[in-house]
Ligand binder design. Structure first.
Ligand SMILES: [Zn+2]
Length: 698
């Protein structure tokens, strides 16, 4: 029999019901308690917990910009500095989420920064910006203004959605002053040209950083790594002298005009550059603007490429980057080589008959009829090409080339500026007799202004070649000197005796020779003029120049003035326009450099015996250069009495002068073209050839 299980009915008795009710009640109470606690927490500490959760996502990190170092002149005048400024950033999203804050925020911005209400309204209405949290509203705000705003709005909860970013802005208080030496920077602190580029690494520092999380009390728990500021550069430039030469360059171009002008002032005893400028100047605060530099109508039609080209020309430092034939300013080098090698002495004489037949070409002296008999010093004083060619012939190409190189021609000086060019000299194996002859008086090779000034400095300072430089020292942001550049002697190029000889005769060149125009009342000025005919020779265009030292003996400064194609002058091939400009500049800068007049100076003049011994020179007293302004040339012509006929001996030069006006009669005749056309000098390091070296310099 199968037994069916007994069904026992389960009874939901009252005891069970009571237990269930109890459980229900307990749970309800607990739930209510929990809800209550949550409400309480939310009301009292809601923000805190919200932020605690949020903060896990909002890691705080911001860049603390370093300050780029200043650039100062030699006396501490600030030429370039980085100013701390602020950018005002608006958070439109936050502001739009808190509409009641919009009006008070706009009011605060208007009151503190003069930001118009419409400016903010426009941003808030802009669909592209409404969701943004970063809109730059204002730049270049000053520290004080930002601090005032922060203090006044600190406790105002209705002002929000505004914050500030720090940035350093590079400014140049003197605008175009020393623009070629200083250079400029882009907004990311990259230097372009000048000291800004060459010393970019020293000037720049390392950004700092601020980072952290919100702590439990909603403050940011910050960790700050301070920025390391850049070092400052103390340059060798004298801002005052720099200003004077820039003013004179502008004044010269207004009065006469030229294709270009360069002026360089340096200390021959250290290699320090005191001032350096060309006619191409620009405002360092707006280096990419051609406004006011290129005529407006021309600017409007320029392509981007043309603009870039124009800017590159503008930024280039011609004094170190542009090569040209120096002409007679080079002659002291040729003379120094002969003295140093003991090939000639002060007593040696030369006879100039107006030119030399060299290597199949007839190369003329500037004085067509010849200087006659000249002593070594007089060859310099009267700038006789014939004598110089004879001196170079005595030296031979090896010695000549050796001194050309040891005085720095054909290689960079190493000046601490970017963009220096090396110039071009004729390689030794290509230096045939014709090139040697024309090189002796500064033709058929190329130099930059800085090369010639550095070489000249070494010849008049006792024979020491210093590396030219524009920086004196580097100091850190605490003001401590970390590097100095005060011993940049490179080598000895000549002996004291040779240097003394040159100082003496360069003084006489200014006192009684071809550089009279460079005289400055009360000072003993020494120096040498140069006139070099440019290529193509047929164009009859010239570079005229003057390089000189003051005082003439134991000089404290060297000046070099170069004028490329002077305009509105009677004769372009007349270096007196360069001596005139040099004299004007010297008159102002010498006192500024603390070099004061010595009074009546005659202790360096030649003795009567010396004068008696120099018949050749005496016959050329009418030879000294006059002036080149139109009105003055008339006087000059009237004074010319010798009436010498400038014969041209198979040259293409015309013989203006037979009538007793300027060229032939005064004997300078630099304008008459030379004759050695066709001599070709292949040059070192480049494929450039020099065609048609000519004897045109004075
Ligand atoms: Zn001569």
């Amino acid at each position: 029999m199968e037994r069916t299980p007994e069904k026992v009915p389960k009874k939901f008795n009252s005891r069970m019901q009571a237990r269930l009710l109890l459980v229900f009640c307990v749970i309800t109470v607990l739930l209510l308690g929990l809800i209550g606690r949550l409400i309480y927490i939310n009301q009292t500490n809601g923000d805190r917990y919200t932020k605690q959760v949020l903060s896990r996502q909002s890691y705080v990190s911001s860049v603390l910009p370093y300050k780029r170092g200043d650039i100062l002149d030699r006396n501490g005048t600030v030429l370039a500095r980085s100013e701390l400024q602020y950018r005002l950033i608006l958070d439109p999203k936050q502001l739009l989420e808190n509409e009641d804050c919009i009006a008070p925020t706009i009011e605060a911005l208007e009151k503190n920064f003069n930001i118009k209400a419409e400016t903010i309204q426009t941003i808030l209405q802009d669909k592209d910006k409404q969701n943004s949290q970063y809109v730059i509203v204002e730049k270049n705000l000053k520290y004080e203004d930002v601090q005032t705003y922060k203090t006044t709005t600190e406790d105002d909860e209705k002002v929000l959605g505004v914050w500030f970013e720090e940035e350093y802005v590079r400014t140049y208080p003197y605008k175009s002053l020393a623009c070629d030496v200083i250079g400029f920077t882009s907004t990311d602190n990259t230097g372009y040209f000048g000291i800004e580029e060459y010393y970019n690494d020293e000037l720049n520092g390392v950004n700092g950083r601020e980072y952290g999380y919100y702590d439990a009390s909603l403050n940011i728990d910050r960790t700050v790594k301070e920025a390391e500021n850049g070092d400052s550069i103390v340059s060798t430039i004298d801002a005052n002298v720099q200003r004077i030469i820039q003013e004179h360059i502008i004044a010269f171009n207004t009065e006469f005009g030229s294709k270009s002008i360069g002026v360089l002032v340096m200390n021959p005893n250290t290699g320090e550059i005191i001032a350096m400028a060309s006619n191409q100047e620009y405002n360092l605060n707006s280096p990419r603007s051609l406004k006011g530099i290129v005529p407006a109508d021309e600017l409007a039609t320029m392509t981007d490429e043309q603009k870039t080209e124009a800017l590159n020309t503008l930024w280039k430092n011609d004094v170190i980057s542009s090569g040209f034939e120096p002409g007679s300013t080079f002659k002291p080098v040729t003379v120094a080589a002969a003295l140093e090698e003991g090939l000639l002495t002060e007593k040696d004489t030369f006879y100039c008959d107006g030119g030399e037949e060299v290597g199949g070409s007839y190369i003329r002296c500037s004085k067509i009829v010849g200087h006659g008999k000249l002593a070594l010093g007089e060859a310099l004083m009267y700038s006789c090409n014939d004598a110089l060619m004879q001196i170079a012939a005595v030296e031979g190409k090896d010695i000549f080339h050796k001194y050309q190189k040891s005085l720095g021609f054909g290689s960079k000086t190493g000046i601490d500026l970017p963009g220096e060019e090396a110039g071009i000299i004729i390689a030794l194996d290509k230096l045939n007799s014709t090139e040697l002859a024309t090189s002796s008086f500064g033709q058929s090779f190329n130099t930059t202004m800085i090369q010639l000034a550095a070489a000249y400095s070494s010849l008049v300072n006792g024979g020491y070649y210093y590396q030219p430089h524009v920086v004196k020292e580097i100091v850190n942001d605490k003001g401590a000197t970390i590097k100095t550049y005060d011993n940049l002697l490179v080598r000895q190029t000549a002996s004291e005796t040779t240097s003394e000889f040159l100082q003496k005769y360069l003084y006489q060149t200014v006192e009684t020779g071809t550089a009279k125009g460079a005289q400055v009342e009360g000072y003993a000025v020494g120096g040498k003029t140069g006139t070099a005919q440019k290529y193509p020779r047929e164009a009859k265009t010239y570079v005229v120049s003057f390089v000189g030292q003051v005082p003439a003996i134991n000089p404290e400064m060297v000046i070099y003035v170069m004028i490329d194609e002077p305009q509105n002058v009677v004769k372009q091939a007349d270096s007196s326009i360069a001596t005139k400009l040099a004299s004007r500049i010297l008159t102002e800068i010498l006192p500024a450099l603390g070099i004061y007049p010595e009074g009546e100076i005659n202790y360096l003049l030649p003795t009567e015996d010396e004068i008696a011994n120099s018949q050749g020179a005496e016959s050329n007293n009418a030879d000294v250069l006059g002036y080149t302004t139109k009105e003055e040339s008339d006087n000059q012509a009237a004074e010319s009495t010798t009436g010498e006929t400038g014969t041209t001996e198979g040259t293409t030069g015309t013989t203006e002068g037979t009538t007793g006006t300027t060229e032939g009669t005064t004997g300078t005749a630099e304008g008459t073209t030379g004759t050695t056309e066709g001599t070709t000098g292949t040059t070192e390091g480049t494929t450039g050839t020099t065609e048609g070296t000519t004897g045109t310099a004075e």
